[in-house]
Structure formats: structure tokens, C-alpha cells
Design a protein around this ligand. Sequence first.
Ligand code: FE2
Length: 193
Amino acid sequence: MPSTRRSLLTTFLTLPLIDVARSSPFAQAAPELPLTPACDDEDELTLEREAGPFFRNSPLERDLYPDAPGGERITVAGFVFDTRCRPLGGSLVEIWHADENGDYDSVGFRLRGHQFTDGQGRWWFNTIVPALYPGRTRHFHFKVQRPGGRVLTTQLYFPGETRNAGDRLFDEALLLDIKQTGDGKFGRFDFVT
Ligand SMILES: [Fe+2]
């Protein structure tokens, strides 16, 4: 049976937290254990990127796909960790991005939303793949704020995009891990803040 966005999200949401914690070289007494893929380089702070001109406040919403039903669906998901790879529940995660035509909604709240990570530090949005617009490679904008912490403003990118190499803001460290499913894409990224 082909995988779907929902099945990959379910898999993500049922990841045993112990596997995440085990990957931290700091969180337990066996730092020589190999790091798991889920947390192998996440002791470094996520790179910051400019917010750009299109940020505005967003509604509490994780299902943005109805804003652009003609777009290619994608579920983006991940954890928010601290630098010791401990999940940060209650963190604000906010997304905004261009629509299927490469336009931002500067009047209403299409393709803008925020949420708070669950008790295990997890977040996810159901949305569409943003179209390209002049001068930029394909990207999502994010703001992430741990409880009481600073605001991390950044952007996430797509692998295999021809424009990545020529975009001055692009960095491989901000690439989503994308899987193609039977009904769209599933992208994973873990923030460290
Ligand atoms: Fe943008």
C-alpha cells in the first residue's frame, strides 16, 4: 500500500520519545551511542533567516490547505528541541508562505497559521507546496519561540530545486527532508532553539 501524508504523519506522531532522547549526547549516560537520524545534528541552533516583507500575524490554525485547494498538498512536521536535544512542549511555531501562484496574502490570512508544540515538542501543518516567485528559490517562512525564549525567524527549503544554488539565503542546513506520498508530499524538519 502506498504511503500517504496521513500515514507518514501518524508514523511521526508515534515515534517513541525515548528514541529521540537516546540520540542526545547530553541527555543520558551513554554518549558513545550512535546518534539516531531523528536527532543526529540537532545540537546546533537552527540558522536564522530574515522574515522578509510578507510577515503578518496569523490565526491559530494548522490546516491551511483549504486556503489553496488547487495546490500540491504537503504536510510539514517536526520537533522543537533545545541544544541538548530535549523536546520543547508549548513552543510557538508559525508558518507563512506563498500560494500556488507565488503570491502572499497581504490582506487576509491565507496560508498563514500558528500553533503550539504538544507535550513532546511536536508540530505539523497541512498546507500546499509554495510556488516560486521572482528572485527566490522555493521556501516556507517560520517563526519559532520556545516558552519564554527568543524568537527564531527562519526559512525552510526544498531539496533538488534548481534555484537553491543561486539564492543568497539558501543553506543546506535548512533543507526539509521530503518524501513523496500517494497524495502529496511529507516534509520533516526539527528546529533547535
Ligand atoms: Fe518568501
